[in-house]
Design a protein around this ligand. Structure first.
Ligand code: SAH
Length: 351
């Protein structure tokens, strides 16, 4: 990063802004906080005196991320490339639903978890995002869709873009506090899903934090042997340990856990594997979210045909495991799971 210490205004809570501006009348801090949450640039903050703008701009950037490119899908999905202040790029996706709009955001530039099927991890981890850079993605898209703080254009958030949120625990949990703050965009923790490849100790920490988001576990396999082939994290945390942590999460928060399971041809998608999965999850209050693997060109793995997917679902249902098949949105714009950023890495961005 050219200027590593310079955070953006979105990294600051309302309280922190009050502290930073303690030399000024207190209503100024409130004005700055609201401007930040409305994602205004310094030049748009016309209600603030020049000396405060100068004071702040020396210390903080006005906006943490900017929308560099937008790809509009036929189904209303939008895919974004966000440009960070150090020139790095991350991706996000906007998905309209009948009940509201969901944004999928990134938590790291790249990822070091190494899952065999995921495009985000191909070049390893570049760096963690700050809490403000996560919040910036939400605010930029809220404003783009005409949303305000009172009337939000974003109602739901999923932490399923690039990165492993629990590998960036402190910034991710700070983001959860900032995004659910009462005077900010105030998105309820209930409407936020945090997806993890299964860092068991961090799952427990999150359970104890009081930040009761919906927890999604990327399981993708019913046995340690299969999981090991596709998810290196398995070497550190075995399935039993991950599910123990998930049970702990449920016990602490009362929130049903979602199990994410991508169907991969010849790897984890036979009826025998569905039955093993059902046995593994019996008695646990969870829901299985199936998704057909999106092919990643660089990887030699593919999804399954409809008959295989149907047979897998039927086997789960017959064993009493609640499940749905996730509709993959935004395929036409490379919007599905980690597909976009790589095409543009290397392309120059200007912030
Ligand atoms: N690191 C977190 C969140 C990011 S990935 C995690 O592992 O959960 C979000 C979800 O997309 C995860 O369930 C991940 O396993 C899945 N995913 C990644 N690449 C995929 C692909 N090519 N096809 C289908 N799902 C994929």
């Amino acid at each position: 990063m050219p200027d590593e210490k310079k955070l953006s205004l979105q990294d600051l809570s309302e309280k922190k802004i009050s502290e930073v501006l303690s030399g000024y009348p207190s209503f100024r801090a409130k004005q700055v906080y609201l401007a930040s949450m409305q994602y205004k640039e310094y030049e748009q903050m016309s209600n603030l005196p020049k000396d405060i703008i100068a004071f702040l701009s020396e210390r903080y950037d006005d906006t943490a991320v900017r929308i560099q490119k937008v790809f509009e899908g036929k189904d209303g999905t939008e895919k974004y490339l966000f440009l960070l202040r150090d020139g790095n790029m991350i991706e996000g996706v906007f998905m309209p639903h009948g009940y509201g709009n969901t944004i999928c955001i990134s938590t790291q530039v790249g990822c070091r978890m190494g899952c065999a099927f995921c495009a985000s991890t191909l070049n390893g981890l570049v760096r963690n995002l700050t809490a403000g850079e996560m919040l910036g993605q939400v605010l930029a898209v809220n404003v783009r869709h005409g949303g305000t703080l009172k009337k939000r254009a974003i109602t739901n958030i999923v932490l399923m873009g690039s990165g492993e949120p629990l590998d960036n625990y402190d910034e991710t949990t700070e983001f959860l506090r900032l995004v659910s703050a009462e005077n900010g965009i105030n998105i309820s923790l209930r409407n936020i899903s945090l997806s993890t490849c299964g860092l068991a100790d961090k799952i427990k920490l999150l359970a104890d934090s009081g930040l009761s988001v919906t927890l999604t576990i990327s399981l993708h396999a019913p046995t340690d042997e299969i999981r090991e082939k596709i998810m290196p994290v398995e070497r550190k945390y075995k399935i039993a340990e991950v599910l123990d942590a998930a049970r702990y999460y449920f016990a602490k928060t009362g929130r049903r856990v979602i199990i994410e399971y991508s169907l991969i041809k010849g790897v984890n998608s036979r009826v025998a594997e569905a039955k093993k999965l059902a046995r593994l999850l019996r008695g646990f209050s969870c829901h299985v979210n199936l998704i057909n693997l999106n092919e990643v060109k660089e990887r030699d793995l593919s999804g399954v045909d409809k008959a295989t997917a149907d047979a897998f679902m039927t086997a789960l249902t017959e064993s009493g495991i609640s499940n749905t098949m996730r509709r993959s949105m935004g395929n036409d714009i490379g919007g599905a799971c980690g597909q976009l950023r790589r095409k543009f890495v290397g392309e120059e961005g200007t912030y």
